[in-house]
Design a protein around this ligand. Structure first.
Ligand SMILES: [Mg+2]
Length: 338
């Protein structure tokens, strides 16, 4: 890991690393593997990422994954602690105010229930819906609870339950939050699969099993790993229309960890691995970016691209860095005192 990265750098790296991965993936979200592979080789690796565009958005716009991770940090900064009810109100507001970009169906349905007055404990979309919406925004929980694994797991589950109640979604959120906390304290990459599996064990056997299998899949190049990872946690013979990595929580969480762990000291290479496979790549790159940024610090995140980040012209680089600093300050004091 970057030896000079301070813990403040790593908090900044986590949030800005997530937003940049998301913004890079958003350009080709949902595209097939050949399209995404060509984007990585001919655009990202040739210094042309800033030329990208998605619909009305020039490069730099990040999407729902990072908007909702940012809102989680905004809530923590405002409340001085993780407060599920406050966060749920923010999830509802970003939908009802039309600020969400690239929304997911289960999250939107839950947000509408929240907006109708359903308490957060009962608003989540039930199984068999098992998309990656609870995991894509869970990285900041790893910053807030980096020294308390039990509190980390409880908060990751609760922030997820606001929109998704399937146990696979709970385990996916814990895996991403846990990976950020391990990245933050410099845990050896080889220890991640078993450590994260132990966190997932009490929640969901499919996610825990896939996390243990990740130890072997890391020996495979991406072309060999994508098959087993995209099918991880699915019933044999299950088919859907997705090519590459679908929004299913197990496969997308495992792919984001694979992309990080294949090159744990190289933020950019990990983002390229996350995206080149195709599919729901804004989300995989967002999760990978949060973990890689937490390990390597802000200095590892390309600054020229990060300085273009924005959310419809708001929440740009300096504001994101300031928010990360605020969360860092509060977490150092163990929470409470906004
Ligand atoms: Mg998105």
């Amino acid at each position: 890991m970057t030896p000079a990265a301070t813990s403040r750098d790593r908090f900044r790296g986590c949030l800005i690393g997530q937003c940049l991965g998301d913004a890079l993936g958003f350009i080709v979200e949902g595209e097939a593997p050949p399209v995404c592979a060509a984007y990585v080789e001919k655009v990202l690796k040739r210094g042309r990422a800033h030329e990208g565009r998605r619909g009305p958005y020039p490069f730099g716009q990040y999407s729902d994954d990072s908007q909702l991770a940012r809102e989680l940090m905004q809530s923590y900064a405002a409340r001085g602690e993780f407060d599920a009810a406050d966060y749920a109100a923010r999830v509802a507001a970003i939908f009802t105010e039309g600020r969400i970009v690239g929304k997911g169906r289960a999250t939107e349905e839950a947000a509408m229930r929240l907006a109708d007055g359903v308490p957060w404990q009962g608003a989540g979309t039930p199984p068999p819906s098992a998309g990656n919406g609870s995991a894509m925004r869970a990285g900041p929980i790893g910053l807030m609870f980096s020294s308390d694994g039990g509190a980390l797991a409880r908060a990751a589950v609760d922030q997820g339950r606001i929109t998704h109640t399937d146990p696979r979604c709970a385990a996916g959120a814990v895996a991403i939050a846990g990976a950020v906390s391990l990245a933050l304290d410099g845990t050896a990459p080889s220890l991640f699969p078993e450590r994260l599996a132990a966190w997932a064990d009490p929640l969901d056997a499919a996610m825990a099993g896939a996390l243990r299998d990740l130890g072997q899949w890391l020996d495979l190049a991406p072309a060999g790993a994508v098959g087993p990872i995209s099918r991880a946690g699915l019933q044999p013979g299950y088919r859907d229309a997705w090519q590459g990595i679908s929004p299913y929580v197990v496969g997308s969480v495992i792919w984001s960890l694979y992309a990080f762990l294949r090159s744990p000291d190289d933020y950019w290479e990990s983002i390229c691995t996350a995206i080149a496979v195709g599919g729901d790549v804004d989300t995989t790159a967002a999760m990978t970016g949060a973990i890689a940024g937490a390990r390597n610090g802000l200095g590892a995140v390309p600054g020229d691209l990060a300085r273009r980040l924005n959310d419809n012209g708001t929440w740009t680089y300096d504001e994101l860095a300031g928010l990360a600093d605020r969360v860092w300050e509060i977490s150092l004091k163990g929470g409470k005192e906004p």
